[in-house]
Design a protein around this ligand. Structure first.
Ligand code: G3H
Ligand code: ZN
Length: 290
């Protein structure tokens, strides 16, 4: 594929009316699974590392993996610093060569969020104007995990969600390149129930006034129907993490049933395979192939 920058990948998604898949990694098995699925389908892909994931892998190692895979697969693969919460960490990611940074001050008031996000935009653009900065408006929780009830502090009723005017103000005053508004989505998923429905009308009206592409977080547990409507309403990137983590664990558990298996490179491929199936399925849906 000829797409060389995240900016052109997002343009490509907009032209086609699809969404780019963003999947988080903590290790090489997820990385292999995600890049393999993207290459097979011929769609650009974004790899994400949260602060915790990045600390474990190491920012430079994550970047080296992406640079190597771009070359080896001859494919557009981008790396995102996902939900970074300090200026220092943002700076480290930018210096490591990440393509984008998501600054997450969504748990704070809109004024504080604007002030801090603007500081991040100023810092990043001083280092490299081409690196994208994403801001978040509306609190959707912080953990990619399985839960029994909606996490504390997360509200998904319309009155608690950001209104289009707030989103437009946030984008204008911070200068972000991408915006992730809360639209009934949440981080993590329920064990045995689907996630609450997204507010598709709200996505549409935010899309009209936001002025920059929208990103949907908390993809795990969202129904196929909601995904399709959200993409139609203008979501251009969709994040999935919990489903990857669940698949990773199931793969390891299956592999370890064979007690004689002790070589990590014989255990991890079972996780890779499970993650690959999920990513392939999600990418087909996000890219209008289902
Ligand atoms: O930034 C990461 C995503 O928003 C992950 O959300 O764990 O609910 O799929 P998820
Ligand atoms: Zn997220």
């Amino acid at each position: 594929m000829r797409i060389k920058t995240l900016r052109s990948a997002i343009e490509w998604a907009k032209d086609k009316g699809v969404a780019l898949g963003h999947f988080n990694i903590s290790d090489i098995s997820a990385f292999h699974a995600i890049t393999k699925a993207a290459k097979e389908l011929g769609v650009p892909i974004i790899i994400g590392t949260s602060e915790g994931e990045a600390d474990y892998i190491d920012l430079d190692v994550a970047m080296a993996m992406v640079i190597d895979a771009r070359k080896e697969l001859d494919h557009p693969i981008f790396l995102n610093a996902d939900h970074f919460r300090s200026l220092e960490k943002v700076r480290e990611a930018v210096i490591a060569g990440y393509d984008s940074v998501i600054f997450d001050a969504a748990g704070q008031s809109i004024d504080e969020n604007i002030e801090k996000t603007k500081e991040v935009v100023d810092l990043v653009k001083t280092i490299d104007k081409e690196i994208f900065v994403e801001g978040e408006l509306g609190y959707i929780g912080e953990s990619s995990k399985i839960f029994e009830e909606i996490p504390e502090g997360v509200e998904i009723v319309r009155d608690a969600l950001p209104i289009p005017e707030d989103v437009a103000r946030f984008v204008k005053e911070t200068g972000v390149d991408l915006i992730a508004p809360a639209v009934g989505n949440l981080h993590g998923m329920f064990k045995d129930a689907p996630n609450p429905k997204l507010d598709i009308d709200l996505i549409k009206s935010i899309g009209v006034s936001a002025g920059v592409p929208m990103v949907l977080h908390g993809g795990s547990g969202i129904s196929d129907e909601d995904f399709k409507s959200a993409i139609e309403a203008g979501m251009r990137i969709i994040h999935v993490n919990t489903e990857i983590r669940v698949a990773w664990r199931e793969g390891i558990e299956d592999a370890l049933e064979d007690k004689s298996k002790i070589a990590p490179y014989k255990v991890f491929p079972e996780s890779e395979d499970k993650i690959y199936k999920i990513v392939l399925d999600r990418l087909k849906l996000f890219n209008g192939m289902l």
